[in-house]
Design a binder for this molecule. Structure first.
Ligand code: T4K
Length: 385
């Protein structure tokens, strides 16, 4: 069996063409193309409403958002931030870009997210924060992590790149932690082509995040700044970055937001179809979300019995013109820039090492046809036997 056209791991949704083009004309006519313009500010408000959160700041990528989140918390330079190795490179990179030390800790087998026990074991007097990832939209053990953070006075930044709309018992996932980052890259369920956002509960962080996103240029605050008058030297208050989302991408996001719910429903049907067809096959398991968690429908990961079987299935799919992905193999701790860290030893990360060797993300998008799903499963079967 070989597909005529390649089947990729995802197929991004695009906004309604006519409505988007109307917005493009609005942007052109406005003469305002970036730097927190009308489309940008409207999208911030619409997303905050959609996600039922109070404070949301847009960025031009999830990576710049994550870098800025850690920066906003003023963690001591050289302090340690505990994170998972079972993630995309952007997660540990955000720590390193802030001149903080990356410390990898192991994951739980069921959720594939940072293990609370492993976090506790990794804490030293030099630990300043935890950076867990809701990988594939599987919520971390947020209650346990909150307990640890309180006990040891640590900050928590969640990487929710895969967890757009995820809720736990009806509560938005960004309710936990000091700051939560979402990615709006085109491979994500909701996308602005490139983009991301930070959500936070402490309103005071908003001004700092706004400034960090705009080179650190100070926002004039009439209460604080008027008495002294802004001095020239204080014009830039922090070492910021250019993290601004432009007007065209914001316009794209505004139109697309209306279609996300439909795409999620369609992906739900695709997930059901896969589950039904995969249920009776030995040697492959579909990880279950923890109870109370809603599905973001970002990825469809499966676990094989061994690395050899996973790799054989991957190769068979490839031969059939199906591009599944080994997210997240290799582990970030195996990248040459991190492999020499003491926490990168595989003996420190047995569960992550095992899962990364057996996982595969199958093609997953609303437009995937029932016949195609059946053919993909047939190829998988041939690789397992
Ligand atoms: N934290 C986590 C946990 C993340 O997973 C990510 C990003 C981040 C942080 C950082 O967020 P951003 O700064 O990206 O907003 C992709 C994405 O580029 C990346 O956003 C994502 N995670 C990562 C898991 O996947 P690649 O290198 O696998 O992308 P690529 O180009 O191989 O594309 C993947 C598949 O999607 C291919 O089959 C082709 C298809 N595709 C791709 C694009 C760009 C399309 O069909 N259309 C497209 O426009 O990283």
């Amino acid at each position: 069996m070989k597909f005529e056209k390649p089947i990729l791991v995802t197929k991004p949704i695009a906004p309604d063409r006519e409505e988007f083009l109307r917005r493009v004309e609005e942007v052109i006519d406005s003469g305002w193309f970036t730097n927190m313009g009308g489309q940008h500010n409207a999208l911030e408000a619409e997303l905050a409403r959609y996600l039922a959160v109070e404070n949301l700041s847009l960025f031009n990528s999830g990576a710049t958002a994550l870098i800025s989140a850690l920066k906003a918390l003023d963690l001591p330079v050289g302090s340690e931030v505990i994170t998972t190795p079972f993630t995309f490179a952007a997660t540990p990179h955000a720590i390193a870009w802030n001149a903080l030390n990356v410390v990898f800790a192991d994951i739980e087998a069921d959720r594939m997210t940072l293990s609370a026990d492993a976090i506790e074991r990794a804490i030293t007097p030099n630990t300043s924060a935890i950076l867990p990832v809701h990988v594939y939209g599987f919520p971390c053990d947020v209650e346990a992590i909150e307990g640890i953070a309180k006990k040891h006075n640590l900050k928590v930044v969640y990487d929710a790149a895969h967890a757009f709309t995820t809720e736990l018992d009806g509560v938005p996932i960004s309710n936990w932690g000091d700051i939560t980052m979402f990615s709006f890259h085109s491979t994500k369920l909701f996308n602005t082509i490139e983009g991301g956002a930070l959500v936070y509960s402490d309103r005071n962080l908003g001004k700092k995040i706004y400034e960090l996103r705009n080179f650190g240029i100070k926002v004039f605050d009439p209460d604080e700044d008027a008495s002294e008058g802004i001095k020239n030297k204080d014009f830039v208050s922090n070492i910021g970055i250019n993290g601004k989302l432009n007007e065209l991408q914001a316009a794209w996001g505004r139109v697309l937001l209306k279609e996300v719910g439909t795409e999620q429903k369609r992906r739900g049907l695709v997930a059901d179809a896969y589950k039904e067809l995969l249920a009776d096959i030995d040697g492959i398991a579909v990880p279950e979300l923890p109870s109370g968690a809603s599905n973001s429908f970002q990825y469809f990961p499966v676990l094989f019995r061994s690395e050899a079987v996973r790799d054989r299935v991957y190769d068979r799919l490839l031969a059939g013109n199906v591009f599944s992905r080994k997210y997240f193999y290799p582990l970030c701790s195996d990248f040459s820039v991190y492999e020499n860290l003491p926490s990168s030893r595989s003996s420190n990360l047995p569960v992550a090492t095992d899962i990364a060797g057996r996982v595969l993300c199958l093609p997953f998008y609303g437009d995937l046809q029932a016949d195609d799903i059946r053919s993909i499963v047939e190829i998988i079967k041939s690789g397992i036997d």
